[in-house]
Design a binder for this molecule. Structure first.
Ligand SMILES: Nc1nc2c(ncn2[C@@H]2O[C@H](COP(=O)(O)OP(=O)(O)OP(=O)(O)O)[C@@H](O)[C@H]2O)c(=O)[nH]1
Ligand SMILES: [Mg+2]
Length: 420
């Protein structure tokens, strides 16, 4: 399965069910009371993290996900059934962007976020009964479920991230110490997307993330680029891996180190501080046994030899990983989230009046379109309620002010009527 870490997707929550007009009828009781039930609420769509899902492949393929609709109200005051919420399982580390703003990060198992809210069910005529109007012929349609267009951006979560040049043995290390079966091979860019593995033989639960290789100029798109570094942004610590050969010298290693740091900085300066260990892998290929001290002197980062071929120093490496975890913050750093604040819509500003042709005026706007859908014009009382809303919104006066004449036609959505 392809590893997908970004998906553009639209969620459309369930609509509320319509409320209905109904009157209780029994033999010998021709004028029973109102008994139209309310519609059921539409279901929300909820994103929930699940460790069994490791990328966004399934979601990306769907493009649009619909919630469940609430059921229509029934006769005899029966409430329409509320719809079940729809739960969409996403990988741990899923971040959600709306209009290019981060709105949520799901970083732990079983974290939830309501991405689209279901519409409320409409009221049936029973619920409109008052002492003034004991037999109302009023009812409402259910609200339309919310539609949210977002970008999901996965940042895999590991305790320790391994990064370095290609072919230095990062995946081989992962294979040796964790349950991962990721592929290692003797060519550059064997790893094309991050691999995660859980460390075996450790009393602690340590998740290691193995990244694709980085080369000089990766930030300009060379090799596999650096976009995948987002997968170590949430790592608590980083281990920089270098691969030795018989020609390795302190100068060659320092050069490699500098390139890696520069590329890391291009992505996110803060990541440099997370480097807690430098591993000189392929120890079996060199006879120079003092490189670790020299690198440490220059970089001030703890440095050790390792061979994932001969397993030399593997136990020391595991201990180091445990120490790193012990000394790192347990909390995964959350970004500052800028919540999209929906400004309360000023009803008049929201209304757009267009003089369409000589005697025709078109009214548009969220508020009025909402009421057109909400109130079905199937009874006189409903019509009156609708017209009272129009009056409250001052629409007719506004049309008259702009030169409208009695008998001109006003069109709102699917409704047309004459100006008084
Ligand atoms: N001699 C020796 N070879 C090793 C050692 N560790 C890994 N190798 C070999 O080095 C080659 C590359 O190993 P990988 O684990 O695929 O390297 P990588 O860093 O993950 O490479 P990319 O995924 O391309 O970035 C493979 O042929 C491994 O068998 C080691 O300690 N000693
Ligand atoms: Mg690899």
């Amino acid at each position: 399965m392809k590893f997908i870490d970004k998906a553009h997707i639209t969620f459309k929550a369930g609509n509320g069910g319509n409320g209905i007009l109904d009157f209780h009828r029994e033999l010998y009781m021709p004028k029973g009371g109102p008994s139209g039930g309310n519609g059921g609420d539409g279901g929300d769509i909820i994103l929930k993290t699940n460790h069994n899902v490791n990328n966004l492949f399934d979601i990306k393929n769907k493009r649009k996900i619909y919630g469940n609709n609430g059921l229509i109200g029934g006769v005899n005051s029966k409430h329409g059934k509320n719809a079940q919420d729809k739960i969409i399982h996403v990988p741990i580390g899923t971040t959600i962007y709306k209009n290019n703003e981060l709105i949520c990060e799901l970083l732990y198992e079983d974290e939830e976020f309501i991405i689209a809210r279901g519409g409320k069910g409409g009221r049936g005529n029973k619920s409109f009964a008052t002492s003034k109007n004991p037999v109302p012929k009023l009812c409402e349609n259910g609200d339309i479920g919310e539609t949210t267009k977002v970008v999901l951006n996965l940042k895999t979560i590991s305790d320790v991230g391994l990064f370095g040049f290609p072919n230095v043995g990062k995946t081989s290390i992962l294979q040796k110490i964790t349950n991962s079966q990721a592929k290692a091979a003797n060519y550059n860019f064997t790893t094309l997307s991050p691999n995660l593995g859980m460390v075996n033989n450790s009393s602690k639960k340590i998740v290691i993330g193995d990244m694709p290789g980085i080369i000089k100029g990766a930030h300009e798109g060379k090799g596999l680029g650096i976009d995948f570094l987002k997968h170590i942004e949430k790592s608590k610590s980083l281990v920089l891996v270098m691969g030795l050969s018989e020609n390795s010298t302190m100068t060659s290693l320092l050069k490699e180190y500098k390139v890696l740091i520069a590329e890391l900085k291009h992505f996110n300066e803060k990541l440099v501080k997370k480097i807690k260990l430098i591993v000189l892998n392929k120890e079996d290929l060199t006879t120079n046994k003092t490189l670790d001290n020299k690198i440490f002197e220059k970089t001030k980062v703890k440095t050790m030899y390792l061979s994932s071929k001969t397993m030399k120093n593997h136990d020391i490496f595991l201990k180091e990983l445990e120490n790193i975890i012990q000394n790192s913050d347990n909390e995964i750093v959350r970004e500052k989230i800028i919540q999209t604040i929906e400004l309360p819509s000023n009803e008049l500003i929201d209304i757009k009046i267009t003089h369409h042709s000589e005697k025709v005026w078109i009214i548009e706007g969220k508020t009025i379109e909402y009421w057109v859908k909400k109130i079905p014009l199937i009874s006189e009382q409903n019509e009156q309620r609708f017209l009272s809303i129009i009056t409250k919104l001052d629409i007719e006066n506004e049309v008259l002010k702009r030169g409208g004449k009695p008998d001109d036609t006003i069109i709102i959505g699917s409704i047309a009527y004459d100006l008084i």
